[in-house]
Design a protein around this ligand. Structure first.
Ligand code: GLC
Length: 478
């Protein structure tokens, strides 16, 4: 079984969010199960990757020009998984203008190499596993060559049986673009599912992926159900109705070596389920101290994540802060994101001495919050999977989550955390009050903390599900 895992970000090489964590630990877990897996990603300028060698180059027709892309190889830090890095000026930066075109270009480069020179990246591969909209054009591009079959070098195509999987990590981002992209990529517009916008005809890369890929998965069973029920856009449901297919949800795991309070070097002290109570009290004090929060014996809430107004439920948090009297609790927030939200929380932290807001992306502080907080706030409007709640539980911190997506699939109300349903500030406040009351009852609280720590969110189970899917797909083709 050989799999090429294509992604825009990988932890330890280039990270923006949860996708990077998954793109690190899922291939690593699959390799441990015996899958010969390699990763393909852009070679961003800011990557300070060591031990990189150039293994080949590729000429690519794009936007009526011929572009030269260089392919480098390295390994996934701490593993033997090969990583193929695609270097070209278009791929220097992740962010910025024309982000959709950038990843369309990357997808075409990967496809071209896959079709004509797979051995450059360790092929032949049985399966190409694409992540999110960034790589969602690959199934179409692969299929365009193999199914339409009009390419001049048809005989050089190494795999006409390309099997593809697309995993959706977040349908909020669909890679919307004007149709001119088709011309740049050299694909017929007739293959695209075009819709009208005030700015003219457009496509969504993610939906093109769903149309052409062999299998679609997403990162939790509940998010899969929500998508099929039309909660994340009707056009997606239409795709599946056309396909006569369903989306399958496989719950993400976390890297249980990277997130382990027994060995975590970023903490003032390490701990296990036996030593957790005393250790957390100590770490909480040091956290309060370093965040300039008064060293009070009140429940300390934490929030670590992207400040994304449409998803993360920060509007509810702002209302809860205004409603709950200062002094009853404390809240430590960490993250970056939308400017307006950042401004709002800077103001809130100025006004309330119980609130601390650190406006950076700081993995070390994140770990101290995971370990030092009592309760982790995750009031997302929607959450495809969410890794924060799993990390929190591993560190003995009780998650307070809204019942949606992967949060609903991983937190057990009253046992390993607290769950509220309505997306309203009052429902969040009730949840916070429940958590604070439970915190005051030390016997119950300590047993919850220990139960949470005993949950197994390692990748092993999920990786086995992906392996079964791979096997099924390959068998289906023979
Ligand atoms: C995205 C989703 C998040 C998920 C992550 C990894 O960041 O928003 O819920 O956990 O991808 O799949």
């Amino acid at each position: 079984m050989k799999v090429l895992f294509v992604t825009s970000e990988v932890t330890k090489l280039y990270k923006r969010g949860g996708l990077a964590d998954v793109s690190y630990s899922l291939p690593a877990a699959l390799a441990r199960l015996g899958v010969a897996i390699a990763i393909a990603m852009p070679f961003y300028e800011s990557m300070s990757t060591k031990n990189v060698i150039c293994v080949g180059q590729l000429a690519l027709d794009y936007d009526r020009r011929r572009e030269l892309v260089f392919i480098f190889r390295t390994t996934l830090p701490g593993t033997k998984v090969p990583v193929y890095l695609f270097r070209h000026p278009i791929l220097n930066q992740y962010d910025g203008e024309k982000i959709v075109e950038r990843f369309a270009f990357f997808s075409k480069a990967v496809t071209q190499l896959y079709l004509y020179s797979q051995d450059t990246m360790g092929g032949p591969y049985d399966i190409v596993h694409c992540q999110d909209w960034h790589t969602a054009l690959i199934p179409l591009l692969v299929g365009e060559h193999t199914k339409v079959g009009h390419h001049r070098h048809e005989e050089t195509i190494q795999s006409k049986q390309a099997k593809t999987i697309l995993t959706i990590h977040n349908l909020l981002y669909t890679g919307e673009s004007g149709v001119s992209i088709a011309l740049k990529l050299g694909i017929p517009q007739s293959m695209l599912h075009i819709f009208q916008t005030p700015l003219g005809p457009a496509i969504r890369l993610m939906e093109e992926g769903m149309e052409y890929v062999d299998r679609v998965t997403t990162v939790s069973p509940t998010y899969a159900k929500e998508i099929m029920a039309g909660k994340h856009g009707k056009s997606t449901v239409d795709v599946f109705t056309r396909r006569g297919d369903r989306i399958r949800g496989i719950l993400n795991g976390i890297d249980s070596d990277a997130w382990d309070p027994r060995t975590d070097k970023e903490l003032p002290r390490t701990y296990s389920a036996t030593t957790v109570i005393a250790a957390k009290a100590e770490i909480k004090k040091s956290l309060q101290h370093s965040l300039h929060l008064p060293e009070l014996d009140v429940p300390l809430f934490g929030f670590v994540g992207r400040f994304e107004g449409r998803q993360k439920g920060l509007d509810l948090v702002a209302k809860a802060i205004a409603a709950i009297p200062d002094g009853q609790y404390q809240l430590a927030l960490l993250g970056t994101g939308q400017k307006s939200l950042i401004q709002e929380f800077i103001q809130l932290a100025r006004k309330h001495h119980t609130i601390s807001f650190t406006h950076t992306f700081d993995e070390r502080l994140a770990k101290r919050i995971y370990a030092g907080a009592d309760i982790m706030l995750i009031p997302s409007k929607f959450e495809p999977c969410g890794l924060t709640q799993m990390i929190a539980m591993r560190y003995g911190t009780i998650p307070l989550v809204r019942k949606t997506g992967g949060l609903a699939d991983s937190v057990h109300d009253g046992v390993t955390g607290f769950v509220f349903t309505e997306y309203t500030a009052s429902a969040l406040i009730v949840g916070m009050e429940r958590a604070m009351a439970a915190w005051n009852d030390k016997t119950t609280w300590h047993s919850m903390v220990k139960t949470a720590m005993r949950q197994d969110f390692s990748w092993k189970r999920s990786a086995k599900e992906y392996l079964a899917l791979y096997q099924d797909l390959v068998k289906g083709s023979s």
